[in-house]
Design a protein around this ligand. Structure first.
Ligand code: F6P
Length: 942
């Protein structure tokens, strides 16, 4: 025997629907369970239900974030969330719908209540939503208001399933049935099928009692006569059921007994069932299942709130056809109310009006909630899933202050007063903001770049050798490493070192006849770049004679020495970049796009998302993804979380090198700054210090499980984690623009000028002095060594053995400090592997952030930060003296001398800034030396 009362309702012709819907109801499996176990066969929703659902869980946050990021308004976000839930519920009820041949298994979504008085918009929106949900078992809820009723007729005629909501009065119900019939008739007249057009009429029950009881109570307050009081008392809690029972009689007359519908039925029309809504008992004095109990009958539906479901499952006692019991009594109740001066007309009309207003209030509340969520939770796809630990409100305050100061508008107006009051510096900064509109600028050159791309393809180069430092080479390297090169285009190799061993390795690998040389330098004066250009051009000339210029492409600013140099060598192409863009902000200018074109990347695919991002960066709202990111990083740094640790998914990991330069060189000055920590080996979560913020970039469609697991653990330990999700790799350029903007904003928060690099010069000057002295004397002055041990020669310490020297250095690391491993070395896979192992050892044992810099490359990246940023770094400089040498054409010094002069110059610069630095030089086998160092560290650092 069937014991579940909910299931028994079906035996008496009544469907049991749920008056609730939420994401968790679906995801937890609860809805499926209700269908399976309790015989649930439909779901109704309304704005109040969604308001509750969104308020009570965080399950919507991720989607809110994503939609906000894509520029959806609050209304549109609500619609997406609701439609999504309705679709999922429809899918769960699909089998019910199919099994009942389209009679049952529906899920209803309500139109925005503000449309209740607008027939045309009701029609348009209901059509649109029905199409959008795209499920035959969806219903659109349209209120039975004077404006709603004509819309119902039209919608039925259009084939939209309609749940007519907010019905209280019997005469209104008559009009609703009429509208349904006419809609069906119109369809049939137009030769359209009607068998799958479904509609229900929702009669609201308990609200009638609440309203009538209030009036009765008011009357009781004025009546003293005991008999009269008893009569009034006896009417309490009766009106709603009476009204509903009489509605059922009208239903029967039309749908079960009427001639008109009988004809329609023959042609396949469905009965517009009557649905009892608002069936939870509001007055605790009444039985909690009373409305369900009295309104059972064929062709009816009970939609129950979860509490009523529980109650009815627990103690409901279903009986057949209760809806037809006591009809005389029902008539008497309504008549008696009239006699007491309680106007049925007035009450039902008022209830409908109030119903619309209540839903409108809920609808507005949902929108407010969504608006709040998008602020407080991590909105935008850039913030998706970010976990800001306890810093959320501090960050919000920063954002508010930035917005109040019109920061976004002012940045776009290129108003340099955002960063400084000094008018001279303002002039310089305003010449550094061209990156803001770079996508538009580059679009103007698209044809030129694409024909260049075509020619390169035709010329069948195998390699593109890019000579350039920092901002002039990092973005191209990212493009090559993330996207790879097209098969018909050359592979990009970057040479950004003066180490003759490295240069030679490249020289041995490359065939000048198949290589295109790309010299990139904004200033056109950078020592490494110009020296390498001289060397490589001579190599080209050696092989190609006066055709060498045909293998030369140059990118520089107009009027630089490099431009002259290129012209005099009859370079094949010279790209003159807009001069108002600094090196590290130049990724999307010619500096990035010319090499991208050369390796065969589709430039439009890269640029389109950049333009879309630029639009979003213009918004003066907290959702501006660059504003948010910059404010977050700046605020966290001020609160002691200045180590920006990138934990990137392998597919996008190469971006870290570019980000490192952007962040370090832009913000590391005036004893403040963000300290980027990139490519650090993963540590055990508890080994991360509390001065970190983590940044992750992942691919939505290809999550990298180990990275995810680590980040989850990190989050649990209370570290802030900023997450960015790419939907595809072509968003890379857009992400670069976003970071450029963010770092400009972070600069504002930290009170520095993000566009200069005042401390880079310090080591350049010292190197220049060392080289000048060398040219005069033939001697390169090297820093004095304190002692030698094995193959290592150690300076910058009072100690006399390696272990003590290391111990001393470690002892000098300030609190919340970091350790930089600065290696002037030939970065072969083997040396890099050992350097990573040493780095990991240091990070794990010391539990501090570590940075690895390869010299002289890092001089154009983190070098600024080491000298100009917070005085919290300690450094081990490793100088592997090159085994080979090569001449620098036109100079009296060689590459080896230059390389060493750069190492020594930076060492001196660091020391002069009071940074703890240990210098370890080695002449012989670099691998052996690194192993010796590793062993010393193993026994020293605990
Ligand atoms: O493009 P250029 O002028 O050769 O400069 C290369 C790099 O050197 C710096 O100017 C200083 O390190 C960087 O900002 C820049 O990215």
């Amino acid at each position: 025997m069937m014991t579940n009362p909910l299931r028994q309702l079906a035996l008496f012709g009544q469907s049991f629907w749920l008056d609730y819907l939420s994401r968790s109801l679906i995801t937890s499996g609860e809805l499926a369970r209700l269908i399976e176990d309790d015989g649930l066969s439909g779901v109704t929703s309304n704005p109040t239900i969604f308001d509750k659902a969104i308020a009570s869980t965080e399950e919507y946050d991720e989607e809110i974030g994503e939609l906000a990021a894509r520029g959806f308004s609050d209304e549109a976000i609500f619609e997406e969330l609701a439609v999504h839930d309705v679709q999922k519920a429809c899918d769960l009820l699909w089998l019910v719908y199919e099994a009942s041949q389209g009679q049952d298994g529906f899920v209803s979504l309500e139109l925005p209540p503000a449309l209740a008085d607008d027939t045309e918009r009701t029609i348009a929106e209901a059509r649109r939503l029905f199409a959008k949900i795209d499920r035959p078992n969806a219903m659109i809820k349209v209120p039975g208001t004077p404006a709603g009723i004509p819309a119902i007729e039209q919608l039925i005629a259009d084939g939209v399933n309609v749940n007519v909501t907010l019905l209280f009065a019997l005469d209104t119900y008559e009009r609703v049935m009429e509208a349904y019939l006419r809609g069906i008739e119109r369809r049939l007249a137009a030769g359209q099928a009607v068998d799958r057009i479904a509609s229900v009429a929702s009669f609201f029950v308990s609200r009638v009692d609440t309203a009538v009881d209030q009036r009765l109570d008011a009357l009781l307050a004025t009546v003293t006569d005991a008999e009269e009081r008893a009569r009034i008392e006896s009417l309490k809690g009766k009106a709603a059921i009476a009204n509903a029972k009489l509605a059922y009689q009208r239903f029967k007359r039309v749908f079960l007994q009427g001639e008109r519908f009988a004809r329609l039925r023959e042609r396949g029309a469905q009965i517009q069932r009557i649905l009892w809504a608002s069936t939870s008992t509001k007055n605790p004095a009444y039985s909690d299942v009373m409305y369900v109990e009295h309104l059972i009958g064929p062709y009816t539906i009970q939609t129950m709130a979860p509490v009523t479901v529980e109650a009815y499952r627990d103690h409901g006692k279903p009986r057949a056809n209760t809806v037809e019991e006591g009809l005389d009594e029902a008539e008497r109740v309504l008549a008696a109310l009239g006699q007491l001066g309680i106007s049925y007309q007035e009450i039902t009309q008022k209830l409908q009006r109030e119903g619309v207003e209540l839903f409108q209030a809920s609808y507005e509340s949902v929108l407010r909630r969504i608006a709040e969520r998008r602020r407080s939770i991590i909105t935008t796809s850039e913030r998706l899933g970010s976990e800001l630990a306890r810093y959320g409100s501090d960050i919000e305050r920063t954002i508010d202050a930035l917005l109040a100061a019109n920061t976004v508008e002012r940045i776009w107006q290129r108003d340099a007063s955002v960063w400084t009051d000094d008018t001279k510096r303002q002039r310089t900064i305003s010449q550094r903001l061209g990156w803001l509109s770079i996508a538009d600028e580059m679009r103007r050159h698209l044809q030129e770049l694409e024909s260049f791309q075509q020619e390169i393809r035709e010329r069948r180069f195998t390699h593109l050798l890019l000579l350039g430092m920092g901002g002039s080479s990092l973005a191209p390297e990212v493009f090559q490493r993330v996207f790879g090169h097209d098969a018909e285009h050359p592979e990009l190799q970057v040479l950004d070192t003066t180490n003759p061993d490295t240069i030679r390795r490249h020289r041995e690998r490359l065939d000048p006849t198949r290589t295109l040389l790309l010299v990139s330098s904004k200033s056109g004066t950078t020592l490494e770049t110009m020296s390498l250009a001289a060397y490589w051009f001579a190599e080209l000339e050696r092989e190609l004679g006066d055709r060498a210029g045909q293998h030369l492409v140059v990118i520089t600013d107009p009027g630089t020495p490099l431009e002259d140099w290129a012209r005099s060598r009859q370079a094949w192409r010279i790209f003159l970049n807009p001069p108002d863009i600094g090196g590290r902000y130049s990724a999307l200018s010619f500096f990035g796009l010319v090499p991208a074109a050369a390796i065969g990347l589709p430039l439009a695919a890269l640029l389109d998302p950049v333009s879309a991002m630029a639009e979003r960066l213009r918004r003066s709202t907290p959702e501006n993804p660059g504003l948010w990111l910059g404010a977050t990083l700046g605020t966290l740094a001020q609160l002691g979380r200045d180590k920006v640790t990138f934990v990137l998914e392998p597919a996008v990991a190469p971006l870290a090198d570019w980000l490192e330069q952007l962040i370090a060189e832009s913000t590391g000055k005036q004893a403040t700054g963000l300290i980027p920590v990139v490519h650090e080996p993963h540590l055990a979560p508890e080994h991360y210090s509390n001065d970190r913020v983590f940044v992750t970039l992942d691919l939505a469609l290809q999550p990298h499980t180990p990275t995810e697991a680590l980040l989850k653990a990190i989050e649990t330990l209370g570290h802030p984690v900023i997450r960015t999700r790419f939907w595809n790799l072509w968003e890379l350029g857009a992400e670069m623009l976003r970071w450029e903007f963010a770092i400009a904003v972070a600069g504002k928060v930290l009170g520095i000028d993000p566009f200069d690099e005042p401390d880079v010069q310090a080591s350049k000057d010292r190197t220049a002095r060392l080289l000048a002295h060398y040219q005069q004397t033939g001697e390169l002055v090297r820093p004095p060594a304190a002692f030698s041990e094995g193959s290592l020669s150690v300076g910058g310490t009072e100690a006399s053995d390696l272990r003590s020297a290391l111990t001393d250095l470690i002892g000098r690391i300030p609190p919340a400090g970091y350790l930089g491993l600065l290696a002037f070395i030939d970065p072969t896979p083997d040396t890099l592997e050992l350097l990573h192992a040493i780095r990991q050892l240091l990070a794990e044992r010391l539990r501090i952030p570590t940075i690895l810099g390869i010299g002289p490359r890092y001089l154009h990246s983190t070098g600024q930060l080491f000298k100009g940023g917070p005085n919290t770094g300690a450094f081990i400089q490793l100088v592997s003296e090159p085994a080979n040498d090569l001449p620098v054409p036109g100079q009296r010094y060689s590459f080896r001398t230059m390389f060493l002069a750069q190492a020594y110059g930076d060492y001196e610069a660091l020391v002069s800034r009071g940074r703890p630095v240990l210098q370890i030089s080695f002449r012989r086998d670099a691998l052996e030396a690194l192993e010796q160092l590793e062993q010393a560290l193993v026994v020293t650092v605990h």
